[in-house]
Design a protein around this ligand. Structure first.
Ligand code: NAD
Length: 493
């Protein structure tokens, strides 16, 4: 069992205000790895008070971007030094294959480095001059940290999702409270240790673990939080939006998806199948932008399906730390049961299972599920329309480009979409026609910290990553000066 030091509040590891804990489990063995303090309202109040004091009275928001960037680079260095250990911790808690966990941790370090650079660049343009039509006036516009940020994250990329919020918030000069997912709390605890080692002033970063309905809700409802950044499911996002409405809290939401991949008949089958497989089976399909709806031009469908089924059957399933594993267990029992139920619902509504749908042979424990390919579902069926969040891909055919676009956009989600064809003009047309925030051409999933990430429609509000991610944590202020000693002339003539 791993021993947990408590919550990280005001630069110290603090015992929880009550003795309640919850267990985090290894999804490959179903064994408990650690008992985690279940943070409550008192813990959140203490963490927000520390962040408030650090913002209002501490040095962090007043530092130059270069100084803050130095701290972020130090965090990136420590993460890189602890890369192997952190990747193994992620495998233990989440179940993902080690090479994918290693990518996550490398990207986590890369995210801190990227925002270190953006923090430094903030010093170069402290304010922007605005040309006004009235010569007696001049205006400048500056960006300021928004204040105390609250961040709530999911379990699918535990440390990386923390970095997507912590790095830009700290770069901007905000102080913050992070509430990780109760399902995968371990690498966020490691991040708090790393921030402690990097020597950030007390209260700048605070961590409270806990359940969503208790610690999460207390954070969202807290009056001293100026900004709430959330990544998770649509139902939770909707609740958060309603709670935030009470005090007009600034929120950003990164929510679910049901991302289409449109494949035209001139595509290379081998390449198409590889991108489909990566798109839906990496991280066990527990990816917001996963390639969960594949649309194939009719004439290519039989050959593509045959190849996809035969390749899916060959995938090596196993414990994430085993060499060669491509598909690990789903994150926990609840998620496993949800995915099984979704497949059953699909079949009840008329879908066929081309492969998968079962616990793989030889696995008596762990939340393992075969890579699954579903066909023959209706366009309005549950499995085609709703996020399954598991290794389950749904395939349908189309006849024309217009039909493919209409089918791709027939969704309440709009996070990501992909298109494959040898015809570049067609790819361009389709890419522009997608109602989605992230579009891939001749590939699916590659994600870069430089480019904006976020969705249309119910997939969320706002963008993370790149300069857009930094802007989430900045307020914009105009200062307008009257530059003449003459009266204004409203009543003094
Ligand atoms: P979830 O909504 O169940 O939980 C996410 C977080 O919200 C957790 O930390 C949880 O404790 C907290 N929470 C739950 N109820 C809350 C409440 N009432 N008040 C405040 N906080 C609360 O989501 P999940 O199952 O952890 O994650 C999977 C979902 O996340 C999927 O829908 C996926 O598409 C989405 N996701 C989106 C992105 C993106 O960038 N758009 C990235 C990763 C995951």
């Amino acid at each position: 069992m791993i021993t947990v030091k408590g919550h990280y509040i005001n630069g110290q590891w603090q015992a929880p205000s009550n003795n309640e804990t919850f267990a985090t489990i290894n999804p490959a063995t179903e064994q408990i790895i650690a008992d985690i303090p279940a943070g409550n309202l008192d813990d959140i109040n203490a963490a927000v008070a520390a962040a408030r004091q650090a913002f209002d009275l501490g040095p962090w928001p007043k530092m130059t971007g270069k100084e803050r960037g130095g701290y972020l680079r130090k965090i990136a260095e420590i993460i890189t030094r602890r890369l192997d250990e952190l990747a193994k911790l992620e495998v233990l808690d989440n179940g993902k294959p080690y090479p994918e966990a290693k990518w996550d941790i490398e990207d986590t370090a890369g995210t801190f480095e990227f925002y270190a650079k953006l923090a430094e660049e903030m010093d170069e343009t402290p304010e922007q001059h605005i040309q006004l039509p009235e010569p007696d006036f001049s205006s400048t516009v500056s960006k300021e940290p928004i204040g105390v940020a609250g961040a709530i994250i999911p379990w699918n990329f535990p440390m990386l999702m923390a970095a997507w919020k912590v790095a830009p918030a700290l770069a901007a000069g905000c102080t913050m409270v992070l509430k990780p997912s109760e399902i995968t709390p371990l690498t966020a605890l490691a991040l708090a240790e790393i921030i402690e080692e990097a020597g950030l002033p007390a209260g700048v970063f605070n961590l409270v673990n806990g359940l969503g309905k208790e610690a999460g809700q207390a954070l969202v409802e807290h009056q001293d939080i100026d900004k709430l950044a959330f990544t998770g499911s649509v139902p939770t996002g909707s609740k958060i939006m309603a709670m935030a409405a009470r005090d007009i809290k600034n929120i950003s939401l990164e929510l679910g998806g049901k991302s289409p991949f449109v494949i035209f008949a001139d595509s290379d089958i081998e390449k198409a199948v590889e991108w489909i497989m990566f798109g839906i089976f990496w991280n066990q399909g527990q990816v917001c932008s996963a390639t969960s709806r594949v649309l194939v031009e009719e004439s290519l469908y039989p050959a593509l399906l045959e190849r996809l089924v035969s390749e899916a059957k060959k995938i090596t399933i196993g414990e994430g730390n085993q060499d060669g594993t491509l598909l690990g267990p789903l994150v926990n029992k609840d998620q496993y049961q949800k995915v099984i139920a979704a497949i059953e619902k699909g079949v009840q509504q008329g879908a066929s299972i081309a492969t998968g749908g079962q616990r793989p042979q030889g696995f008596d424990q762990g939340y393992y599920l075969e890579p699954t390919v579903l066909t023959d579902m209706d366009e309005d069926s549950w499995v085609w329309q709703e996020e399954i969040f598991g290794p389950v891909v749904c395939i349908k055919t189309f006849k024309t480009e217009q039909q493919a676009i209409a089918m791709a956009n027939n969704s309440r989600f709009g996070l990501a979409a992909a298109v494959m064809s040898k015809d570049e003009e067609r790819c361009d047309r389709v890419a522009k026609a997608f109602r989605a925030g992230i579009v891939w051409v001749n590939c699916s999933q590659p994600t870069f910290v430089e480019a904006p990430w976020g969705g249309y429609k119910q997939s969320g509000i706002g963008r993370e990553l790149g300069e857009w991610g930094l802007n989430n944590y900045l307020e914009t202020k105009q200062i307008t000066r009257f530059n003449t000693t003459e009266p204004w002339g409203w009543y003094i003539k």
